[in-house]
Design a protein around this ligand. Structure first.
Ligand SMILES: C[S@@+](CC[C@H](N)C(=O)[O-])C[C@H]1O[C@@H](n2cnc3c(N)ncnc32)[C@H](O)[C@@H]1O
Length: 260
């Protein structure tokens, strides 16, 4: 288990990111961006796995607004799972459950989900997609949004500076590399959508708000030093968003029906 003390997304990080991105969201875009990730998919009555569910906003949005039968939020860290469970209990949601387990094989049986959503910090992309493929039912779909890097070469000095400023265990790969890992696992009809043009403008606004109206209220919750550190991180991030090296991307692919 990743103990609370070792968590990358501890209670301070959760409070900070939710102040910026909305309650239950540890990534940008909120419910509108989730709706774009699952655009055109019929989720009504489906069973969903949300990998790297964080504090649960996405999992609960899929249950509450897309009519899924049941959503399981899975994460390796305990503080986010506890936050997600509190959020589900406060909203009276019974069609969502949250599970914490260490990185590695997913703690789920073969072919138990119709849809798998979102992903994360995992270095072994082939192993990750083999696991996602295993837990999907034939005919099921994988849909996700993830922060990627535009290429698989040596990151630029600006990118290295940004990743160091984040201080998180990012294992960024290119959209090409992700799509290759998905096809290798057996996914069909793999598609990729570049979200850099959207997020590079949104991030500019986030930095302005952090330096301006959000500074005092967020500093009151997480401390001024924490906000200052994140302002430096956002400044470093903006450079690589503007250069196109930082590449938020949507991914989608199907597990063929014919797989026995
Ligand atoms: C950037 S946050 C996104 C959380 C959530 N999907 C959202 O958008 O609000 C990434 C999450 O992935 C989790 N994570 C990191 N490595 C993981 C792994 N191997 N398996 C599952 N979750 C993981 C982290 O603990 C964190 O909660």
């Amino acid at each position: 288990m990743i103990e609370t003390a070792d968590a990358e997304y501890d209670d301070t990080a959760i409070r900070f990111l939710e102040a910026l991105w909305g309650d239950g969201y540890l990534s940008p875009g909120g419910p509108e961006e989730v709706d774009r990730v699952v655009e055109g998919l019929s989720l009504k009555g489906k069973t969903i796995l949300d990998i790297g569910c964080g504090s649960g906003g996405i999992t609960l949005h899929l249950v509450e607004r897309h009519g899924v039968a049941h959503a399981t939020g899975f994460d390796v860290e305990q503080p986010v799972i506890e936050a997600a469970r509190r959020r589900a209990a406060a909203g009276g949601t019974e069609r969502a459950s949250f599970i914490q387990a260490p990185p590695g094989p997913l703690p789920f049986a073969d072919r138990c989900f119709d849809v798998v959503d979102a992903l994360l910090h995992v270095p072994d992309k082939d192993g990750l997609f083999a696991e996602i493929f295993r837990v999907l039912k034939p005919g099921g779909v994988f849909a996700a949004s993830n922060w990627m890097i535009g290429h698989d070469g040596e990151p630029s000095p600006q990118m290295k500076a940004y990743i160091a400023a984040e201080g998180l265990s990012f294992a960024m790969a290119s959209p090409v590399r992700y799509a290759q890992a998905m096809r290798h696992a057996g996914f069909a009809n793999v598609t990729v959508r570049d979200r850099n043009p959207w997020y590079r403008e949104v991030a500019r606004g986030e930095l302005e708000r952090l330096k301006g109206p959000l500074y005092a209220p967020v500093a009151a919750v997480v401390g001024a030093a924490y906000v200052d550190k994140n302002i430096r991180t956002w400044e470093a991030m903006q450079k690589v968003l503007d250069s196109g090296e930082h590449r938020p991307t949507h991914l989608r692919g199907w597990k063929p029906d014919a797989i026995g």
